[in-house]
Design a protein around this ligand. Structure first.
Ligand code: DX5
Ligand code: ZN
Length: 220
């Protein structure tokens, strides 16, 4: 199965997010990656649930909402109401990982866990039965345009084994510094979904070409 591509609108023109979402949808994006930052868990401030809700009519593709906020629990219902299809949380955003994942699942929304570059893979073990997605950060969270950290490839391989052992179809997504070169390494390591901000919204090529390049050059 070809890799899923989830362009991050963090690298889009924030004055024209609606058209950006429509354009990447038309260009073959499988999901829309939305980076939510609170200036506390990460040193940057971005998008809240009101913006997610405003973007919802612009695409029917799944909204892949990456919460970099602490605590996440008070805001999960608002993101669900805004139209999130997948909500991913960081385990150290606390205080109760299992409870947070359960609250997402109870609302009928897909739940994901996010591993920072310094987070060990074992963090997924006690909650893997609740997971629809495991998101591996290949940069430290907070900004687009950073360089891929190659040591995360071994983590992707270990997570591939853990996912295969469940027999379930958990999305294994990689986020940060993904470009056509690093994408190949991620897919070889067992990733099934790629987030890309600057590699899609780079001003060079059109979105469809950029997305196809991440898939390995096959046209969408
Ligand atoms: C970083 C975000 C990423 C980021 C990726 O905290 O989670 O989604 O936008 O941007 P690129 O692809 O430019 O590294
Ligand atoms: Zn992200």
């Amino acid at each position: 199965m070809p890799a899923l591509i989830s362009p991050s609108i963090l690298s889009a023109d924030f004055a024209a997010l609606g058209p950006a979402v429509r354009d990447i949808d038309k260009a073959g994006a499988d999901m829309i990656h939305i980076d939510v930052m609170d200036g506390h868990y990460v040193p940057n401030l971005t998008i809240g649930p009101m913006v997610v809700k405003a973007l919802r009519p612009h695409s029917d593709k799944p909204f892949d909402v990456h919460l970099m906020i602490s605590p996440a629990d008070p805001y999960i219902p608002a993101f669900i109401d805004a139209g999130a299809d997948i909500i991913s949380i960081h385990p150290d955003a606390g205080p109760h990982l299992h409870r947070s994942l359960q609250s997402i699942k109870d609302a009928g929304v897909k739940a994901g866990i996010v591993l920072n570059p310094g987070t060990p893979v074992e963090v997924v073990d006690p909650v893997i039965d609740l997971l629809d997605m495991i998101l591996v950060m290949s940069v430290n969270p907070g900004y687009g345009g950073q360089s891929f950290i190659p040591s995360q490839l071994d983590k992707i391989k270990l997570l591939r084994e853990k996912i295969d052992a469940t027999g379930r179809d958990i999305i294994l997504e990689v986020d940060g510094g993904v470009n056509p070169e690093t994408a190949k390494d991620c897919l070889a390591a067992g990733a099934t979904s790629l987030v890309a901000g600057s590699a899609v919204f780079n001003g060079a090529g059109d979105y469809a070409e950029n997305i196809a390049a991440l898939r390995g050059g096959a046209s969408s």
